[in-house]
Design a protein around this ligand. Structure first.
Ligand SMILES: [Mn+2]
Length: 400
């Protein structure tokens, strides 16, 4: 009854007062030391401190927090059970975030891009990792597709898209966020293409890789799911009608069974640029060839870190000697700005192989990958490739 509770409250209040009456009165007051906030200000994270998110961005568990909105999401896909050689790319999202610690919004301006992707009016956040099961690839594929679709169909945060043709690309004319996926082995691209297909239809793929990844299975892959690997996912994607016949590889140098692999590759929808083509034709010609190949179609960019020479990016599952440098890949990516990108990924970063003879990891590959993700953000934000311009103290442009 209410009056009884009131009585109990009154009794307890009296007893508290009684206890306080026996306390020793306070003596001299101690001068309060200055607080951190009043003396030093906000508790900022140093490059080497704080929780781990990509480039110290806001970290949100976007799959469960349905109120989380963004224009570009960074999404980890820690999956590596489609690998044919060295496993370990499930630690890729961790390694790329760790490699990004010296990057941040407040120091995001790049001379080469002449922009800071974080200051273009778009909201970019780290949406965490997809909780992918490592014991069942059928389940894992579905988890990745559902996760990607969940974020792809979220309303964009900004009232206006920064992408010139953004909304016109989707079948329903509604603007979608862009997602930069951190792999994971290359198999993650199949569920991504399945999710993109529902919104955009077939997409052209610009595929940076040492390998074709269009093979039709490996010996012994007799079940339906075992056909889906990091070297065969494009073949399956083409069977499902997800890839436009205007796709292109860049950086190819792997060994083949024979020229039949090239015939097969073309039937999957790809032309290709070899690693040697950079010496024979140069970077501007490579950029031109890629741009002409994909034209104004919706474009998905997939970058296997093994496109870079193993000397500069050793931590990957299937290293191939004789690759491009990080600088060359960065320059080609700058030349692709303004295409109709609907998404991008960086895959096959397996940080355990960054270890040298000492146990301390040099983070060579994670640092390179994190830098390329920053380039992807600038690429999404730019309507055309940046034009180098003369700055005080820089090399005069007319001498180039
Ligand atoms: Mn690959």
């Amino acid at each position: 009854m209410a009056w009884k509770r009131l009585l109990q409250f009154a009794i307890s209040a009296i007893s508290v007062k009684t206890v306080f009456a026996h306390q020793v009165p306070l003596g001299d007051t101690i001068e309060q030391p200055e607080t951190w906030l009043s003396k030093y200000g906000p508790q900022i994270d140093q490059p080497f401190s704080g929780p781990l998110s990509f480039s110290h961005m806001t970290y949100s568990r976007c799959l469960e927090d349905e109120s989380a909105q963004f224009d570009i999401a960074v999404l980890g896909m820690p999956f590596d059970t489609g690998t044919s050689y060295r496993p370990g790319a499930r630690f890729g999202p961790y390694a790329i975030r760790s490699g990004s610690r010296r990057q941040r919004e407040a120091r995001g301006y790049s001379l080469a891009w002449d922009n800071n992707p974080y200051e273009q009016g778009s909201k970019i956040i780290d949406c965490g990792d997809v909780p992918i099961i490592p014991f069942d690839n059928v389940l894992a594929m579905d988890q990745m597709e559902v996760a990607y679709s969940t974020l792809l169909n979220r309303p964009i945060a900004s009232s206006q898209s920064v992408w010139a043709k953004g909304a016109q690309l989707a079948k329903d004319g509604r603007e979608r966020p862009r997602i930069v996926s951190l792999g994971g082995d290359h198999t993650i691209v199949l569920p991504i293409l399945r999710a993109l297909n529902k919104v955009y239809g077939p997409v052209s793929v610009i595929h940076f890789d040492a390998h074709l990844d269009t093979w039709n299975g490996y010996p012994g892959t007799v079940t339906e799911q075992s056909r889906v690997t990091h070297g065969t996912f494009f073949y399956v994607a083409n069977e499902e009608g997800l890839v436009s016949n205007s796709s292109i590889h860049a950086g190819i140098r792997c060994k083949l069974v024979g020229l039949g692999d090239i015939d097969n590759d073309e039937s999957v929808g790809f032309h290709f640029i070899t690693s040697d083509d950079i010496d024979d034709h140069g970077i501007p010609a490579i950029i031109k060839r890629i741009r002409e190949r994909v034209g104004d179609t919706p474009v998905y960019l997939s970058l296997d870190i093994d496109v870079i020479d193993p000397g500069l990016a050793p931590a990957t599952g299937t290293p191939e000697a004789g690759g491009w440098t990080s600088r060359e890949v960065k320059r080609i990516i700058r030349g692709l700005a303004g295409l109709n990108f609907v998404g991008a990924d960086i895959v096959e970063v397996a940080p355990v192989y960054d270890n040298g003879i000492h146990s301390f990891t040099a983070e060579i590959t994670g640092t390179a990958a994190a830098d390329l993700v920053h380039d992807f953000l600038s690429m999404f934000m730019s309507q055309s490739p940046p034009t180098p311009h003369a700055l005080p103290g820089s090399w005069p442009r007319d001498e180039l």
